[in-house]
Design a protein around this ligand. Structure first.
Ligand SMILES: [Zn+2]
Length: 455
């Protein structure tokens, strides 16, 4: 409906409720939608209302007066001061300002959502088309309609290796060793591989960045399923991204580790993790020390502890039932489905609250509280779903090719240090108990290394 039509209807309404009266027309097109727009005619209207110059004021709908809550409050105040009736063509006489407040809040919210959607859509259109002129994405052909088999294999391998505990650095080195080159023909770097592996595109998801009110583009957000094939399944991708975005992981880019249990084993004396230390300068074998360095804390010869832990891990891995792992996978899949169902239910509840609010069956204050509570529940459930994705994908990747194999000990020993560390962390808590003999290098006592299985 155009402004002129609204104007005509407002006039008709005015004459119906007030009879033949003098009418003053105030209008400014759409500037009530912007927070900062100056509204000279609006200011004149408020002055007139406050001064009691009018018997009443009528607008088409609450949100046609303004979309800014503070401006609405000014209008309500001006009408109260001037003892002026506040009307809308659609809502009639608003003797009590509550409903007009709610109407406007809902309209403003709706318009925020609409403009958000519109911005999203604009961004999306750009992304939806063929990759525009730029380089093709690694793993895909230029039109992004098909996977490039060999590249896809490299990426799937890299994803599994990282989930299995290998560092970005060693995975990058291995990719380069295998002759995988980037789309620009160069070598992979840990940083660009990390960025690439976090792209939702890989899971067949479309993204778009949103232009904010400040004119800045947001980081891309997922907007739905894409038309191109997924290179990684959604579970693997979610686990990978959650893992890569875990800040604890970022620090581990430093020098490669040399010790199996550094930062993993715990001191049985004062609280602290054990650190490996080379004692080459003293012509002595490497050792583990409690990081707190307190007197009475654990201290043990590294090679003997590692040989013992490796032996125990080998035995445990051989016993682990691979089919048991499959059951775990199914369990978490069904928990994931349950969570997804709960989220859908809560979102429906939320929409129900909105309807109750509009029908005046719920007060705005109750609505806000109920909305906040429900949204908190939803975000909690979503976080748990992300965790599950990691819990589901990671153990399978870490234990692949180990669990249930009779020669698990040999297989374990043949793994990279990073992968062995991931296996130990996943399966067990290792406590090194302080020994009375400070130089417990001669008589190694397995009793003083406690290995507790995590489940
Ligand atoms: Zn200690």
């Amino acid at each position: 409906m155009t402004m002129d039509n609204q104007q005509a209807e407002n006039l008709a309404y005015l004459h119906t409720v007030a009879g033949p009266v003098a009418v003053v027309d105030h209008r400014d097109n759409a500037s009530g939608w912007s927070e900062d727009a100056r509204r000279p005619d609006w200011d004149r209207l408020l002055e007139g209302l406050t001064a009691g110059q009018y018997a009443g004021v009528v607008g088409w709908h609450s949100d046609r007066y303004t979309r800014q809550p503070d401006q609405l409050e000014q209008l309500i105040k001006a009408c109260r001061r001037g003892r002026t009736q506040l009307h809308t063509r659609l809502g009639g006489h608003h003797a009590d300002p509550t409903m007009i407040r709610i109407e406007m809040a809902l309209a403003a919210r709706e318009s925020d959502i609409k403009s958000e959607r519109q911005k999203l859509k604009q961004g999306q259109l750009a992304k939806d088309g063929m990759p525009h002129g730029g380089r093709r994405a690694y793993g895909y052909n230029a039109a992004r309609t098909e996977l490039v088999a060999e590249e896809a294999e490299h990426i799937r391998w890299a994803a599994q290796a990282i989930l299995a505990g290998q560092s970005m650095r060693s995975v990058t080195a291995e990719l380069n060793r295998r002759g995988a080159v980037t789309v620009s023909g160069g070598q992979w770097q840990a940083s660009n591989l990390g960025t690439y592996l976090r792209r939702p595109m890989l899971a067949g998801l479309r993204t778009a960045s949103v232009v904010g009110d400040d004119g800045k583009r947001s980081a891309p957000v997922v907007t739905g399923e894409a038309s191109w094939p997924a290179l990684l399944d959604l579970g693997t991708f979610t686990a990978l991204r959650t893992l890569l975005e875990n800040p604890a992981r970022r620090v581990s880019k430093s020098a490669p580790r040399v010790y199996l249990l550094s930062g993993i084993a715990i001191c049985g004396g004062a609280v602290g993790t054990m650190r490996g230390r080379s004692n080459a300068s003293q012509n002595a074998p490497a050792s583990y020390h409690c990081a707190t360095g307190k007197a009475g804390c654990a201290y043990r010869r590294a090679d003997k502890v590692e040989a013992y832990v490796t032996m125990v891990m080998g035995a445990r891995l051989a016993q682990l039932d691979a089919s048991g792992l499959l059951v775990t996978e199914l369990d978490s899949a069904s928990e994931h489905d349950q969570l997804a169902a709960q989220v859908a239910e809560l979102e429906e509840t939320l929409r129900g609250y909105g309807r109750q609010l509009v029908r005046k069956e719920m007060s705005p204050i109750v609505f806000e509280a109920a909305q906040a509570e429900t949204e908190a529940l939803v975000s909690g459930l979503r976080a748990r779903m992300d965790e599950l994705a990691v819990a589901q994908a990671q153990p399978l990747a870490v234990l692949k090719g180990l669990a249930g194999y009779a020669d698990a000990y040999d297989r374990f020993r043949a793994l990279s240090l990073e992968r062995r560390r991931a296996v130990v962390s996943l399966l067990a808590t290792v406590v090194i108990v302080p020994s009375q003999d400070r130089h417990a290098s001669k008589a190694f006592d397995p009793e003083l290394v406690q290995i507790a299985w995590r489940n």
